[in-house]
Write a protein that binds this ligand. Structure first.
Ligand code: 9MR
Length: 463
């Protein structure tokens, strides 16, 4: 990657002054896509798939560059309910726990789709399919309850002309199947935001009009929809010019929007001109999302050409992602990075050392506070909670007081309340249980002005 000019100037000025403070942290100057997105109140994520997780260099970038993960396949019906009533979550759990260990949020993909479902579904009598679909949604969303930021509840239910796709669900249940799936998902996981997800709805057109009309109707009827996922499997040079306007019109209906499966394919082979066009295209998509407050984040459909789905489905096309097959960054990466960085390029180093308050005895725990990255006006923090006692814990709570007006804007892997300076974080439903010696962590993004000292002390306990 080319050196960032502001860093070069900053270091030179700093050296010239001969200041006697710590050298700026180089890592903060070349912050990750996830860190820059967080600084803009959004996420930048990647899809991944279980077979790729044996590729250590791949996992290293996946784990560090992105702050959101989508399992590309293993939450789909064919994996999660391969036989009727027999649920299987091992592979999806692997992706979710990897993401959690890296402080990344997870989008659930997908509960009801006309593709990648097991053949037994086709044999369910028509008058039983609604119950079968509800049972699937209830079990799968229930299994991951509290662990996901979003669910793609229904995927790709419309044709290009805006009519309903004649899937097995549409044919046997009728138009109401989408609303029914959303209701079942809300009941099973009240904390995940519920999305309708589709492709070719990034710009204005017949298909996005049909989705728009559905969302409008759901809002009027009280059907629990929270967001629209625009997949954005795009073609080089063909980012719809109306993309920002289209995102905004959905936002104006009172739903969030996410770019869920972004890739921009080209006719192979790559060359410099195509790479430059692709960089422009990625920049346009990122800027469109940044321009709309309710556009909450962007996910690339895996991050490297090594694992892209494109060449197998579109022969002769590919090179659609921001890293090449050798995991090298392409011009598209730099374009995304710089668009996300905007005016908030991190310039200040993480200023603090971790603060730890160990305690001992039954039910005792220790909390360690760390600033992961910091930029003008904001920072990402992480707190590790360790059971330092001799018996298992089922719940924990960590408290501290911010010393300089910091305010948490987003926290994951825990639930937070902040009353002026006082912060209390309790475990999420899935990370309260800690054996003696075991630890877990939660992450957060917060704002700061003036200075950002670490809290003087933290307390950790079971209530
Ligand atoms: O990336 C997925 C690929 O590994 C699968 O073979 C394919 C099967 O259809 O599904 C891919 O992901 C799709 C996603 O779930 C929905 N939108 C289109 C994506 C590309 O096909």
């Amino acid at each position: 990657m080319r050196p960032r000019v502001p860093l070069t100037i900053g270091v030179a000025a700093f050296l010239a002054l001969g200041a006697a403070i710590a050298v700026p942290n180089i890592a903060s100057a070349s912050a990750t896509l996830g860190q820059h997105a967080a600084a803009r109140g959004k996420y930048f994520g990647s899809a991944t798939d279980n077979p790729e997780l044996t590729d250590a260099p791949y996992v290293s970038i996946l784990s560090s560059e992105f702050n959101q993960i989508t399992p590309g396949n293993t939450m789909k019906w064919q994996y999660t309910e391969p036989q009727q009533g027999q649920f299987s979550y091992g592979q999806a759990d692997t992706v979710v726990s990897l993401a959690r260990s890296n402080n990344q949020s997870v989008r659930g993909h997908t509960l009801v789709w006309h593709s990648q479902y097991p053949s037994w579904v086709d044999s369910v009598p028509a008058n039983q399919l609604l119950g079968v679909m509800r049972n699937h949604v209830t079990n799968v969303a229930g299994h991951f309850q509290g662990q996901l930021i979003h669910w793609d509840v229904v995927n790709e239910a419309f044709e290009e002309n805006g009519t309903r796709r004649q899937s097995v669900f549409q044919r046997n249940i009728g138009d109401s199947y989408i609303a029914e799936a959303f209701r079942a998902a809300r009941a099973a996981d009240p904390t995940a935001k519920l999305y309708y997800n589709d492709y070719n709805i990034e710009g204005l057109g017949a298909k996005s009009d049909a989705v728009y009309a559905m969302v409008q109707q759901f809002k009027a009827q009280g059907v629990p929809i929270d967001g629209v996922g625009m997949q954005a499997h795009l073609i080089l040079g063909q980012v719809p010019s109306s993309i920002q306007q289209n995102i905004q019109r959905f936002a104006n209906l009172g739903v969030d929007v996410a770019i869920t499966e972004l890739d921009i394919r080209m006719n192979l082979p790559r060359d410099a001109a195509k790479d430059a066009q692709q960089a422009n295209d990625y920049r346009a998509v990122v800027n469109a999302c940044l321009a709309v407050t309710r556009c909450v984040g962007i996910t690339v459909w895996d991050y490297t050409d090594k694992y892209s789905w494109i060449p197998s489905v579109f022969p002769g096309q590919g090179a659609a992602l921001p890293y090449d097959e050798n995991l090298n960054k392409k011009p598209a990466y730099t374009a995304i990075h710089d668009a996300l960085a905007g005016t908030t390029t991190p310039t200040t180093p993480p200023p603090t050392s971790p603060t730890t308050t160990p305690t001992s005895g039954p039910g005792a725990c220790a909390a360690t506070y760390q600033i992961v990255s910091q930029w003008t006006g904001g920072f990402q923090g992480s707190v590790t909670v360790r059971n330092t006692g001799t018996s298992a814990m089922n719940a924990w709570a960590v408290r501290w007081s911010f010393g300089a007006g910091q305010v948490i804007t987003n926290l994951w892997n825990g639930s937070v309340t902040q009353t002026s300076a006082n912060v209390a974080v309790r475990n999420a439903p899935y990370n309260g249980a800690l054996a003696p010696g075991a630890s877990t962590s939660f992450g957060f993004v917060a704002s700061w002005t003036g200075s950002n000292p670490a809290p003087a002390s933290l307390t950790c306990g079971i209530t």
